[in-house]
Design a protein around this ligand. Structure first.
Ligand code: PMP
Length: 366
């Protein structure tokens, strides 16, 4: 018989927590976890393989602890006059966020996010021993500069998470909100731009706000736009002093030589990798239009997926779709359904399955 968590001398502040658990469903049409479902293009994959093969020859040695070449690659890719000493990277932006929390949160400190937002913010915060504070949003999950600043002034957190556009609601975040939150905050302000590539072309990145703001951090990931979720590569841009702080908490050699090689090669093919973004946005807009026609009410959205209000609880609609071999994600409490825009074939399979439920998910609860 195996022991349970209660039998272990677990940290008291971890008792009762549940780990991140988005389902990894072995379904032909899995549109539930915001993955880019397009495979890496063949010629890019070949080049990545060549880089991996070269890196493998030296794998008896520790990798470049400072991942210098990769940081230079990210600085070039991001532009905005950034240099390598303003760049950090880790195994997914989850680890980037963890490094930030280890350096700037921790026991006796607080981190703050505007709920509902990315579910890992509270988990990562608590794992560093800090307290997570949940703020609120307005109608349809929007956030005004005045409201956001007032909440930050009242809570006075050590770390603020701003998710732009927001996961799970897709809500865009105005640059004015970021400016106001930065002014109101004493602590580090993290703008999580995991989905920035899917926002309208004209929307401004928080990268433009970095000069002169040493407490501002902009985090990105290769998981979404670059279709690189399995490689686990996230990165951030910030003042060089922030990067120095992160060196205090990272494990030595935290980015393997293979990860550095794969990410560097993928970055050299940025235009080909990002070509998929337009295709995903086209599928997202097509799903949106079809859902409108089916009577699902829209939320404002800037991501690679679509969130719609259902007449029935979203969980019910999602559950009814699974036997039809398509898996979107539910937000039962909000009567909402969210689905990642897949390839054209996947999106068609999802829309066909959904249409068979009738208008607005009306038949799903029968
Ligand atoms: N931020 C947001 C808003 C996300 O949705 C995700 C992944 N779902 C991440 C960060 C983490 O992504 P990764 O660790 O794959 O870079």
């Amino acid at each position: 018989m195996s022991a349970s968590l209660d039998d272990l001398p677990l940290r008291a502040d971890l008792r009762g927590l549940t780990p991140y658990g988005a389902p990894q469903a072995p379904l032909p049409v899995a549109l539930n976890v915001n993955e880019n479902t397009h495979p890496v293009p063949e010629d890019v994959a070949d080049d990545i393989l060549d880089s991996l093969a070269r890196a493998l020859r030296d794998v008896n040695r520790y990798p470049d602890r400072e991942f210098t070449a990769l940081r230079e690659g990210f600085a070039d890719y991001l532009g905005h006059g950034l240099s390598a000493d303003q760049i950090w990277a880790a195994n997914g932006s989850n680890e980037v966020l963890q490094h930030l929390l280890q350096a700037f949160a921790g026991p006796g400190r607080t981190a703050f996010g505007f709920a509902p937002t990315y579910s890992m913010y509270p988990l990562l915060t608590r794992a560093t021993g800090a307290t997570y504070l949940a703020g609120t949003r307005g109608v349809d999950y929007t956030l005004s500069a005045a409201d956001a600043a007032a909440q930050i002034e009242a809570a006075d957190p050590d770390v603020v998470f701003l998710c732009a556009p927001n996961n799970p609601t897709g809500t865009p975040l105005g640059i004015d909100v970021i400016e106001a939150v930065y002014e109101a905050a004493r602590g580090i302000v993290i703008v999580d731009e995991a989905y920035q590539a899917f926002a309208p072309r004209q929307s401004r990145s928080a990268l433009t706000l970095l000069p002169g703001r040493e407490r501002l951090v902009v985090s990105r990931t290769m998981s979404k736009a670059f279709a690189f979720a399995g490689a686990r590569v996230g990165y951030l841009a910030a003042d060089p002093a922030v990067i120095d702080a992160l060196r205090l908490v990272r494990l030595p050699y935290h980015l393997s030589a293979l990860t550095q090689a794969a990410a560097g090669a993928a970055l050299r093919h940025a235009p080909a990798m990002l070509a998929m973004v337009d295709e995903i946005v086209a599928q997202r807009d097509r799903i949106s239009a079809t859902l409108d026609a089916l009577g699902y009410e829209p939320f404002e959205l800037d991501q690679l997926r679509v969130v719609r209000r259902c007449r029935r609880p979203g969980g019910h609609v999602a559950g009814t779709l699974r036997p039809r071999r398509a898996d979107p994600r539910r937000r039962a409490a909000h009567r909402a359904l969210r689905v990642t825009a897949g390839t054209e074939a996947e999106s068609t399979a999802f829309l066909d399955a959904l249409a068979s439920l009738g208008p607005g998910g009306a038949h799903a609860a029968r």
